[in-house]
Design a protein around this ligand. Structure first.
Ligand code: FCB
Length: 443
């Protein structure tokens, strides 16, 4: 049986990612809390993983013991700025303690400044639908970065702007986000304002902290033509890719392309010091007369592919490699961080092979000398999965929400071995997911 280890470069960051609303609990002053109360989600975040109550300590201990050397978390705007004219210094102090907690445990902090949630008061200013949000967001960013910069220099301004705009303003199904509108034109405006908010913050952060590294966490979800021979499938695939993946290009040339036309945002050009890459799955697109609302294009997972719990994600690890290739070609020489990757697998049956195979694809990319600097697994501990509530479990550690007890899944040990080895060995694969052995170590 072949033996060996796929090693990563020295200094590679290995961590997990979380987001404030999903782990903190009791974020009563934001739009998601209201959305949950209005019955749009499967349950409520409630106390979540109780990080605001202090349980971040035990979870950071676990991360550190498991050999992780970085952690990506987000701060909650509605806590830091509970009204347009007030700052909550205690909340900032708590975040400072958390970041200090990471440093003391040897974990490099990465802070996301906006991860899907908005303070309720932002609604009075039109949320992200008008440009009025740009100076408001920038003001929050300045205050927060100034307070936290002693402990952090790696910033993500906005998590998945495309997800925010499309889920909130186009999607109407079970996975929709607040405000639950269905207006593509407005979605594009919202998206443009998120990018404007990012660009303004990028500059503001660099003024406060010249050594800062600032970027966005882009969701990358490749769309492939189902019938490669079909011009229609290829055309529709292009339209879907433009809608889902091409917004990142705005940071390359200052033009935001959409199926409804382009919007010029020149100030966004060149405003990222790394490319934040969130990858979960890949989809296929075909012409289908029954799908008039999506330009007669139907998008779906391949039939012969393994699906996660409830069919939420398809296991498409080489889509990760293809996505990284797209990033390298589009943004040559820009460092890349895999800011999220993971799977909902409550019984952990799928997570070990999902994790190993995706990290292996990242290793292939690293071996072309593509500048990939770190990987953040989603997630450290089960957390509130937006519309799907507690139904989807993404944690290396499981969570009993009522008792707050953490339950270690085998994947936590597997990921610990990967972090400590700075690579994937044949022994690990044999131990945790022997069914993937032949794929990674063919005889
Ligand atoms: C990403 C989100 C993250 C989490 C994962 C599963 O799109 O950024 O908050 O919900 O999906």
């Amino acid at each position: 049986m072949p033996q060996g280890t796929y090693h990563f470069p020295k200094g590679f960051l290995w961590g997990t990612a979380t987001a404030a609303h999903q782990v903190e609990g009791n974020n009563t002053n934001n739009n998601w809390w209201k959305w949950e109360r209005d019955g749009h989600t499967d349950g409520s975040a409630a106390v979540a993983a109780d990080w605001w109550g202090g349980r971040w300590r035990e979870d950071f201990d676990r991360a550190a013991e498991a050999g992780q050397n970085a952690h990506r978390l987000s701060v909650e705007w509605s806590r830091i700025q509970p009204t347009p004219d007030t700052w909550d210094e205690e909340a900032l102090e708590k975040y400072r303690a958390m970041l200090r907690g990471l440093k003391e445990r040897g974990l490099t902090p990465m802070v996301t400044l906006h991860h899907f949630t908005d303070p309720l008061w932002l609604g009075n200013y039109g949320s992200w639908e008008t440009e009025a949000v740009v100076p408001l967001f920038e003001k929050f960013v300045r205050k927060t970065v100034d307070a936290l910069k002693e402990y952090c220099s790696l910033w993500c301004t906005i998590n998945e702007p495309t997800g925010y705009a499309l889920n909130g303003y186009v999607t109407t199904g079970v996975d929709s986000f607040p405000p639950g509108k269905n207006n593509m034109k407005l979605a594009m405006q919202v998206h443009a304002n998120l990018i404007r908010g990012h660009a303004a913050s990028y500059r503001a952060i660099h003024l406060l902290q010249p050594e800062a590294r600032v970027g966005i966490a882009h969701q990358y979800r490749p769309m492939m033509p189902y019938h490669t021979w079909s011009p229609l499938d290829r055309l529709l695939t292009n339209a879907f890719n433009t809608t889902v993946n091409s917004f990142a290009l705005t940071l390359a040339d200052g033009v935001m392309r959409s199926p409804l036309g382009s919007i010029k945002i020149p100030e966004a050009k060149g405003t990222q010091d790394y490319f934040g890459f969130n990858y979960y799955t890949r989809e296929y697109v075909t012409f289908d007369l029954r799908h008039a609302s999506t330009l007669f294009g139907r998008h779906f997972y391949r039939k012969d592919v393994e699906l996660s719990d409830d069919g939420f994600l398809a296991m498409e690890p080489d889509g990760m490699y293809e996505g990284l290739k797209w990033v390298v070609r589009t943004f040559p020489n820009l460092p890349i961080l895999v800011t999220e990757n993971g799977v909902n697998s409550a019984d952990d049956s799928m997570r070990p092979r999902y994790t190993v195979q995706h990290i292996h694809q990242m290793w292939r990319a690293v071996n072309f000398n593509w500048p990939i600097k770190g990987y953040f697994h989603w997630s450290l501990v089960d957390n509130f999965e937006w519309s799907f509530g507690w139904k989807y479990r993404f944690g290396l550690w499981g969570l009993d929400v009522d008792t707050q007890k953490r339950i270690k899944r085998p994947s936590a040990d597997l990921y610990a071995e990967i972090c400590k080895e700075n690579g994937i060995s044949s022994e690990m694969v044999q131990k945790y997911c022997p069914e993937s052995f032949e794929k990674l170590f063919p005889s």
